[in-house]
Design a protein around this ligand. Structure first.
Ligand SMILES: *Cc1c(COP(=O)(O)O)cnc(C)c1O
Ligand SMILES: [Zn+2]
Length: 554
């Protein structure tokens, strides 16, 4: 086949293939509605090797693998090229050293739908379409409305009435027609399809749209290219993570991301595929339930019961069929979390990493916590979580009515819980000055932040046992947080000195350690310390709750 035969269209059902001139909706041979675009991968690999270093950081740097024929139709507002952030504090808390956040909040309208809109609307422009209809749970409508404003295309956006009013207003401000449908998202899709048919208008086809799926590949391209920069050289020029985690509704994201990694394999840029973790909201988790039942086709959820409307697709259709094959063959996970778990994850990420996200993105992080605690994801694996959307526009229910807390005197004593904050609680209110003896600066910072979130502690720090003892002698803190493995003098040594000193032996000590203690070591600690906190156990639900609970009640 010569180079001019690429890119090609290929039917996923019957294998029919033809040269790509336009994105056909149906296969001319079998009427199947899922067609893929195939490219001349060796040729693209050569071009990228030569030219990528000079190209700007937007999704269009991967232009050769995007199905737009003429660059003149390209619409761009700087979409893609979002940072891959190393989650240092969260990683510390969870004992994961390779935890990364793909910060898709940084798209022009604040969600990863900007990739989809940029390509899909460019293709519409190329096809000469001037008016289009779509159904959305919010973010597709916002992003399509913005890009179609740029293209001069009129958009009819059908939104379920459950979409927050702030998001609806955002769609309207770009000049799109907003139609609010009282019903579920799946019903809304039906109403939109009927409307488009009656008016003879172009209808956005969701996961069946070639442009939509192809756009999501750029998330994979960027992750692999950025991971290589983070992790250093490996056997291949770029690196695939062990896991890609995303909150999933219709499933377009993981479907496209998967194809992206497959193409990188074909080009020799990565040497293995990641596993996909698709996280759904408990009240609308058709993929999770269908997978548990061993189904090939998703059983729709007719009455979604989640407040997280962005991910309330009850019938994921062909995306599930695609993903279930991938996950059966390559490993991976379908997992679900409650709305509350997602909200809690949002607070943890905001307070630890300074990242404020919408509830749908919180679903992905809550899924990460769950899969780690189940042992499905190992703590030494390279994990990328898609932070798919920003808190803007602010959704009222995220803060709720009671964002300000009223305190009544006298205060009631809180119920004792496990963990650092609970131990502090037990020590009483007069603990104000805390010495942290810990050689790892990251761990020191995490402890400091947990304490600072809790109240006005005066924090003293030392980075080894010897310095720590000097500090304790000088400052007489109310509490000591002690690491066991430290240079100069280790934690056991520090404890021995404290025990032998009349003036110091009654200062309470909480040992915070990553070390698995031997029975002998436990005996050495027994009776001499207030509490023992395992660093790995920082993933405990309790601690997460404590961090968020503590910071919320400030
Ligand atoms: C659309 C969306 C999702 C779900 O993505 P799919 O891949 O379509 O399932 C998750 N988070 C945000 C913020 C979204 O806008
Ligand atoms: Zn076919």
């Amino acid at each position: 086949m010569n180079t001019n035969d690429y890119p090609r269209l290929q039917c996923a059902r019957c294998g029919y293939s033809e040269s790509f001139t336009r994105p056909l909706e149906r296969c001319p041979q079998c009427d199947g509605d899922w067609l893929d675009v195939l490219y001349d991968y060796p040729r693209v690999a050569r071009i990228w090797q030569r030219e990528l270093p000079r190209r700007p950081q937007t999704m269009w740097r991967y232009r050769e693998l995007l199905p737009l024929r003429d660059d003149a139709h390209r619409l761009s507002m700087g979409e893609g090229g979002t940072p891959l952030l190393r989650a240092v504090n969260l990683g510390m808390m969870l004992s994961c050293s390779h935890l990364y956040i793909k910060d898709e909040r940084q798209g022009p309208t604040g969600s990863f739908k900007d990739r989809q809109a940029a390509l899909a609307i460019s293709v519409m422009k190329e096809l000469g379409i001037t008016e289009a209809v779509l159904a959305s749970t919010g973010n597709v409508a916002i992003s399509y409305a913005a890009y179609s404003a740029l293209a001069g295309i009129k958009i009819w956006a059908f939104l379920t009435s459950l979409v927050p009013a702030e998001k609806m207003r955002e769609v309207a401000i770009y000049g799109a027609k907003v139609i609010k449908v009282t019903g579920t998202y799946d019903q809304t899709k039906q109403v939109a399809a009927d409307f488009a048919k009656r008016r003879g208008l172009y209808l956005d086809r969701g996961v069946r749209s070639i442009a939509a799926r192809e756009s999501m590949k750029t998330v994979a391209f960027e992750i692999a290219e950025q991971l290589a920069a983070h992790l250093g050289p490996g056997p291949t020029p770029w690196r695939a993570p062990d896991w890609y985690i995303q909150a999933v509704s219709g499933g377009l994201g993981p479907v496209g991301v998967w194809k992206g990694f497959e193409e990188l394999m074909r080009m020799g840029l990565i040497d293995r595929m990641p596993r996909l973790a698709c996280i759904q909201a408990e009240g609308c988790a058709p993929m999770v339930h269908s997978f548990e039942k061993g189904l090939e086709k998703a059983e729709p959820i007719l009455n979604p019961r989640t407040r997280i409307i962005t991910v309330a697709t009850g019938d994921p259709g062909p995306a599930y069929t695609f993903l279930v094959r991938v996950i059966r063959e390559h490993g991976g996970a379908f997992e679900m979390v409650s709305d509350e778990e997602a909200f809690r994850a949002i607070h943890v990420l905001a307070k630890l990493e300074g990242i404020s996200m919408e509830p749908a993105a919180g679903v992905a992080f809550a899924g990460l916590f769950k899969l780690l605690s189940k042992g499905v994801i190992r703590r030494d694996e390279v994990v990328v979580v898609n932070c798919s959307g920003h808190t803007f526009p602010v959704e009222k229910h995220l803060l709720g009515e009671d964002w300000v807390q009223t305190v009544e005197a006298p205060a009631r004593a809180p119920a004792p819980e496990e963990g650092l904050l609970a131990s502090l609680e037990l020590l009483g209110r007069n603990v104000r000055r805390v010495a942290i003896l810990e050689d790892d600066p990251g761990a020191r910072r995490l402890l400091r932040r947990i304490l600072q979130a809790r109240g006005p502690y005066h924090i003293l720090e030392a980075e080894n046992g010897r310095e720590g003892l000097e500090l304790i002698r000088r400052e007489r803190p109310d509490l000591i947080l002690l690491d066991l493995m430290m240079p100069e003098l280790d934690g056991f040594g520090v404890l021995e000195v404290l025990q032998a000193d009349e003036e110091l032996y009654n200062i309470p000590v909480i040992v915070v350690t990553a070390k698995e203690l031997t029975p002998d070591e436990r005996v050495r600690l027994n009776g001499h310390i207030q509490a023992l906190l395992q660093k790995g156990a920082f993933t405990d639900e309790e601690l997460l709750r404590e961090i968020s609970g503590a910071t919320e009640s400030l």
